[in-house]
Design a protein around this ligand. Sequence first.
Ligand code: A2P
Length: 257
Amino acid sequence: MSAFFEERVLSVHHWTDTLFSFTCTRDPAFRFKSGQFTMIGLMVDGKPLVRAYSMVSGHWDETLEFLSIKVQDGPLTSRLQHIRVGDTVLIGRKPVGTLLVESLQPGRNLYMLGTGTGLAPFMSLIRDPETYEPFEKIVLVHGCRTVDELVYEDLIKDELPHHELLGELVQEKLVYYPTVTREAYAHQGRVTDLIFNGKLPADLGLPAVDREQDRIMLCGSPGLLADYGAWLKANAWVEGTNTHRGEYVIEKAFVER
Ligand code: A2P
């Protein structure tokens, strides 16, 4: 049996010159947990060319959705960015990943800190009612260079609060904090600085981030993971694993940049 399902592209959306997303069919045998990723890609010269991509879609969705950067000389994304409706994509049969609610101790506020396409797994997580259960608030922070990179903003702000099944939970618990580093915007600055200096929780009227009570999920640029990972370790935060619930989790697998 091949390691991949062959799925059909259903839609493609180009957000910017460097970002696009697409949906494709989903084999009923493909099951995943919110926050996980799998290897996806294309057949190139008779061989699978694949990279790690988090699922953007809800684990209960009938179709799959992925968010990607476009790297002009990137082996995969130079090709993947040109996919069209009806094309075939490869979807790895074995989803994995560390951004699981079940790896975290229940707590007060769960901070989801993502930069760039690191938003993807959080999109899946915020569409899962079970994500909300162990926490009072879910604070979704998306850091980008420019305003046009704040993908899914409309869905998060306008659609999810009115979603038939999730709307009530989203209105009660989800707080969205988009921030931009290289343009003027309502919130500016790096995700790291905004948490370390306390501005982000203060802007939201929330108490300062506290290891005893709050939880963190991290996904994004290598710099973010290195800087934030070092801060968490220095402040004695305990990393969650699939055998031991902790205070934070980090996704280290990431698409080519
Ligand atoms: P900056 O513009 O200051 O580099 P990229 O497009 O390079 O993946 O970056 C996405 C976002 O992540 C940008 O806003 C960028 O800020 C930010 N970023 C890059 N490195 C770090 C880091 N070490 N900690 C926090 N944010 C970072």
